[in-house]
Design a protein around this ligand. Sequence first.
Ligand code: NDP
Length: 241
Amino acid sequence: MSRVALVTGGTRGIGAAASRALKAAGYQVAASYAGNDAAAAAFTEETGIPAFKWDVADFEACKAGIAEVTATLGPIDILVNNAGITRDGMLHKMAPEQWHSVINTNLNSVFNMCRNVIEGMRERGFGRIISISSINGQKGQLGQTNYCAAKAGEIGFSKALAQENANKGITVNVICPGYIGTEMVKAVPQEVLEKRILPQIPVGRLGEPEEIARCVVFLAADEAAFITGSTLSVNGGQYIV
Ligand code: NDP
């Protein structure tokens, strides 16, 4: 039986591309989502990948959701922490709700998901945890103190978790995409995109979701066993660390 992969926020954008690519690579795949039922239904109809609705910011919902996925496909071997949101604003105008919703959805979710899969992975002696952080968690970005804090937090979390589980067959890695052409980025006004964002990207274009998905498949492989605690920058040369 092929390994089981769960992609949070796996029905749209980068997550959907990762779900598709994992399926094409031979994995059994489940995708989670928050509330866009129409997008999830269209995704499942097109790909045959089952979609499960729960809020990754809610620990108990993650526990129940993971149990449902496990009952459907089997224990989770590969977890892709991809679900994320933005609620941008300068700190001097940021409401507490903007701060907490981004920290809860983008960072606390990673604890919620990992805590609920890690014991099973340790028992079975295999696991791949891949979190989708961001270039802005590496370099900072004005108007995104909440998002940058969450995304930088994912990197530190993953480095620690990698060390805790390195002798258990579990790898923990982070991918930091630059600007990728998903709905999140298409919401940016065209003028800002053309005049401010594209000139910062040496490759001269936005990335494609499939270019992140390729990295997910690479890190998910059994053969990627020696890569752990790493941060993979995929940003068209915009920020070279
Ligand atoms: P999209 O907005 O296109 O898709 C987000 C997905 O996450 C959707 O499936 C959505 O579900 C799901 N989601 C959002 N909130 C929750 C929640 N509380 N519980 C469960 N699922 C949730 O995002 P992108 O594909 O653009 O981004 C994916 C990840 O990549 C994010 O973590 C983002 O921060 C990161 N990233 C994106 C970049 C980009 O340029 N696009 C750049 C760098 C990082 P639903 O469909 O129900 O809303």
